[in-house]
Design a protein. Structure first.
Length: 628
């Protein structure tokens, strides 16, 4: 008798619930959260950035912003390569003891420093130099998040093609879920929160009635989209790659507009609807698993050095820990927590459900995503079982199988899955752009309209440059050594190259940058934990600080820097051997080099601060240092 999904998912859910009601309250007591303290949302209320938000709505908004495509793409990619057991262990242990701690402590650190960014917390407790280094690192990490998520989203929007292009998702029996239909549904979806925000602001529509009215309309937009597909390939008679570039530009323009409009107009209503979308996906997965009796077919463990895309070996350590970022631990969450969520928190005690609770919910999203891999039968024929398969397609087909248990047609289920995928990404893209703008304004000191638009255009413009670069799939590269360097860094971070005589193919940008995105995201988590540890140590001077935040910091720093060094090492070898490294150019190793240097410099700064050689700036101490 084969093992089914139900007992595995049930055990995970029970473990996460126990963690929320045990470790979560312990963190609250250690951090001395006080519900009577006036939070920055009230202290600096301006109804633009500082807006008190009811706990449930803020949880939905924060949850949808941090979740995005990360807990879908990462677990699916890692599960396909390493097997589902190591991926599952990292998700559960990471979310409880590392990711949840990271999210909650960064949120509390921000509200104790007047809802300022985590970079400013670093400045207040370390040094001005640390602050500049941290801001630079965060901005670069945000750029790669935008690049990866924009490209993986636009790939869902490509219409059905006839030759070597994207065929949508072929369900058999002449059924094709067209990417153009998903694009239409996503555009209709974006109109809903705009309308909802306007009605709540000017027509006094309550949040309850807004939910009742607009949630069903989300389902309507999913259904209608397939009847009026927006297919740029057919509309403008261009190739799939050109159509995807057009969508990338449109998505980045959306990022620019969405990141400068008031929160009440788009971010808050869209976050509210997006949160319910996430809950719906979780419910679909949970109920489908409960009643579907789905068997586990995929291998549990594929080795400590498993076969990746193109047959290249991928080491479990450290690649598992950077492939699965969101869902276990993600530095991006600290930017959301300290950039937008801390400005809306009503009470300090809300940090547990919003910070810690949302991380555990995201872990369940990651587990549901992993279940979509666990059901696959690795017969060598299904392309979805191959490392490098499109995670959005694996996810959409998995969700459609869960929904089909209740009689919902597979085609609608696939559309729902793809729509959910793109919806989660929208929540992240505009937040990343808004936060990137904040960071550039902090670095340059530019304020007003000039600072807003310059910071926004740069944050959205730089990703466009990376998206235009023609990435190369080096699972079958040409022979030159420089191409070998690019191959190793673009695929498995240092593995040997197979099939040297085969011609290279264009590689999707999200695949090209996923390793460096994952490494930078996890290093950002480590650096956030480093800053939080310094703050907590200066504030409390207690051993629990080194255990609760110090150990997770060391683990995340080790894994992320290890991965970055693996990405950089082929480039370093080529430089020292005199190889011309620009042939077959890919920016990945150069990006990894910059991130590695910034990570090392920040670690050196922290060591000197903790050792007492660098006192924090006397005029920049946060309120927590004076109050605690």
């Amino acid at each position: 008798m084969s093992l089914t999904l139900l007992p595995i998912v049930a055990c995970v859910a029970i473990i996460l619930i126990i963690a929320y009601y045990t470790y979560g309250p312990l963190l609250s007591r250690l951090l001395k959260l006080d519900p009577d303290v006036k939070t920055p949302a009230y202290e600096f209320q301006d109804d633009v950035d500082y807006v008190p938000c009811e706990t449930k709505s803020l949880l939905s908004q924060h949850f949808s912003a941090i979740a995005a495509a990360g807990p879908i793409v990462g677990p699916i990619a890692a599960g396909l390569i390493f097997g589902w057991v190591p991926a599952l262990i990292w998700i559960v242990v990471g979310a409880i003891f590392i990711g949840g701690v990271h999210d909650m402590t960064s949120l509390v650190a921000s509200i104790r420093h007047k809802a300022r960014s985590i970079a400013e917390v670093v400045r207040d407790n370390m040094s001005r130099r640390s602050y500049i280094l941290f801001l630079a690192f965060v901005w670069l990490a945000l750029v790669y998040i935008i690049v990866a998520f924009t490209d993986v989203t636009s790939s869902s929007f490509l219409g059905a093609m006839q030759s070597d292009g994207y065929l949508g998702i072929n369900l058999g029996n002449d059924q094709i879920v067209r990417g153009g239909g998903v694009a239409t549904s996503s555009l209709l979806y974006l109109l809903l929160p705009l309308t909802m925000g306007l009605l709540m602001k000017y027509a006094d529509l309550s949040i309850g009635w807004a939910t009742i009215i607009f949630l069903p309309l989300v389902g309507v937009s999913i259904w209608v989209g397939q009847f009026i597909p927006l297919d740029f390939s057919a509309l403008f008679d261009v190739s799939p790659s050109t159509a995807q570039l057009i969508w990338n530009v449109i998505l980045l323009v959306y990022c620019v507009v969405a990141s400068v409009v008031p929160m009440w107009l788009l971010l808050q209503p869209r976050g509210h609807l997006g949160g319910y979308f996430l809950y719906a996906v979780l419910a679909a997965g949970a109920l489908g698993i409960l009643f579907g009796n789905f068997a586990i077919n995929y291998p549990a463990f594929r080795g400590f050095e498993a076969e990746g895309k193109g047959g290249l070996p991928v080491p479990l350590f450290p690649m598992l820990f950077i492939t699965i970022a969101c869902g276990a631990c993600s530095g991006f969450h600290s930017i959301i927590a300290s950039g937008t969520t801390s400005k809306q928190l009503e009470k300090e005690t809300d940090a547990q459900p919003v910070g810690y609770g949302s991380m555990l919910l995201e872990a369940m999203v990651a587990v549901i995503s992993l279940c979509c891999v666990m059901m696959l039968v690795p017969d060598g024929k299904d392309p979805l079982t191959q490392p490098g398969a499109d995670p959005n397609v694996v996810y959409a087909k998995g969700i459609s199988n869960f929904l089909n248990v209740f009689g919902i047609p597979i085609a609608f289920g696939v559309s729902f899955g793809l729509m959910a995928f793109t919806t989660f990404v929208y929540d992240t893209l505009d937040v990343c752009t808004r936060l990137g703008r904040y960071i550039l304004q902090e670095l340059t000191g530019l304020e007003g309209a000039a600072g807003t638009w310059l910071g926004t255009m740069l944050t959205a413009g730089v990703p466009l440059i990376f998206l235009v670069i023609q990435g190369i799939d080096f699972s079958a590269p040409p022979a030159p050594a420089a191409a070998t360097v690019a191959a190793a860094t673009a695929t498995t971070a240092g593995a040997a190259v197979a099939n040297p005589a085969s011609p290279p193919k264009k590689m999707p940008a999200w695949q090209l940058y996923w390793n460096v995105f994952g490494a930078s995201n996890q290093l950002l988590a480590a650096l956030t934990l480093l800053g939080v540890t310094v703050w907590l140590w200066r504030t409390y001077r207690h051993w629990w600080v080194l255990v609760v935040t110090g150990i997770p910091c060391v683990l995340m720093y080790t894994m992320s820097m290890w991965a970055l060094f693996m990405i950089v090492s082929p480039l370093a070898s080529a430089v020292f051997s005199g190889t011309w490294v620009f042939a077959g150019f890919t920016p990945v190793p150069y990006i990894a080099t910059v991130l590695s240097v910034l990570g090392l410099l920040l670690l050196i700064e922290a060591i000197f601060v903790i050792g007492g050689n660098i006192p924090p700036p006397a005029d920049e101490k946060g309120p927590a240092l004076a109050a605690q």
